[in-house]
Design a protein around this ligand. Sequence first.
Ligand SMILES: Cc1cc2nc3c(=O)[nH]c(=O)nc-3n(C[C@H](O)[C@H](O)[C@H](O)COP(=O)(O)OP(=O)(O)OC[C@H]3O[C@@H](n4cnc5c(N)ncnc54)[C@H](O)[C@@H]3O)c2cc1C
Length: 451
Amino acid sequence: MQRVVRTPTNRFASEERGNLVARKWQNWARTASATPLDVVAAVDPQQLAAQVERAAAAGRTIRVIGSGHSFTSTAVANDIMITPGELTRVRAVDAEAGRITVEAGIDLTTLCQVLDSHGLALTNMGDVRVQTLAGALQTGTHGCGRDTGTFADMVVGLELILGDGSIVRVDANNDPDLFNSARVGLGAFGVVTAITLAVEPRFRLHAHEFPASFDETTASFDAWTAAHDHVEFYWFPHTDKCLVKHNDRTYDEAQPPGKFANWWEEDFLSNTVFGAMCRLGRAAPGYIPILNKAAARVLSERDYVNDSWLVFTSPRNVKFKEMEYALPRSSLIPALTRVRKLMDDKNWRISFPVEVRSVPADTSWLSPATQRETGYLAFHAFDRTDHEWFVAVEEVLREYNGRPHWGKMHTRSHDDLAPAYPRWDDAMRVRDRVDPNRVFANDYTRTVLGD
Ligand SMILES: Cc1cc2nc3c(=O)[nH]c(=O)nc-3n(C[C@H](O)[C@H](O)[C@H](O)COP(=O)(O)OP(=O)(O)OC[C@H]3O[C@@H](n4cnc5c(N)ncnc54)[C@H](O)[C@@H]3O)c2cc1C
């Protein structure tokens, strides 16, 4: 078994509570915090199984955290918090069969490096690679793609600890109901200890990024998504401009952007300058439309070829809050157009671009992309700025039968979520079976899944 040491990204501070010095945890976006009574670093499944058994016997609750990159309080653990600790090992790699089994707490950067060293790669990824694999999976993390989209769809097997402390292995043939519930399970169906993924031979992506008008982009989106492997775009509020990204698979030689060009685009423009503009906009919101127009004006066309995981993901150093909704694919552009009008009518000041992606339907019962071809709209608010406007946007997206990303901000609860998921009741029956005493509950699961 290969041992992988990950760099923890979770932030803890000490807090005095009476005679106790408790550890206070905060997520990346500073939108959720917890003061757990006990913090336990995972060592191996047997240690965790014993921990779950003891917690169940004592009527306590357990939550596992990943890298704290969810914006919601999904990871919050105020009783026993399990950190990924040493649960980051690579158990098996079968390059011929295209399978890798890793422990749940491995971070995505390390996973990509391990795969690369075996001539393999993940089929698809989201925008960043700092999450743990289990954390990404549990909230339905996705990228964009014509043929592939969500992490859940790459999973072919799970090892889990259930509410009674038993360790089980599930897949499409072995307890498929639990497999379908727990892949995107919000940590409520058990502690995930290992994950088997279907992976593929290493490939590169040819990235083509270019500015286009809102009208051209929205009119062409269907044709582009049919013609290219991965398509997404960012619309800059208060402007008519979008930045479009097409990524296509290739085995051509890598032609990465030069060091300076890469620093200029990924670091300086996308993070340093963008961060400075956001701070300026926060201090003087009236200038946001002008700043957005200036940002849209410097968008430029570029082409490069690089290893898939280096193209799928990029650094995000500017802090923000986010809400993302999964919509029926056919409603994506109509919903975006309505939200654009709402933003104009309300005269809000929004500095972050709106991100637009699409994926095929997936099969996990609680995945926001379950059983329907999906378009995603993601809205961002700069750190420590007002995000009240998310609620009004959410109202519009609900009219399109939108489903919120479990890891991103929303105001929904189980009563109104249940009708949006065709297999909701089946998933809740599985939850009652595997965690009848709600050892894995927190306030978030109580709100969105029910008691
Ligand atoms: C900058 C940034 C960019 C992002 N980009 C994207 C994107 O492109 N696409 C997208 O879909 N999302 C994106 N997200 C959201 C992010 O991928 C998800 O919120 C993801 O769940 C975070 O993973 P994590 O490892 O930080 O897990 P956490 O946020 O720490 O935990 C997430 C959930 O997983 C549970 N969990 C963790 N480990 C286990 C385990 N071993 N067993 C059971 N449950 C467990 C936790 O209890 C919690 O419920 C982004 C977030 C940020 C901050």
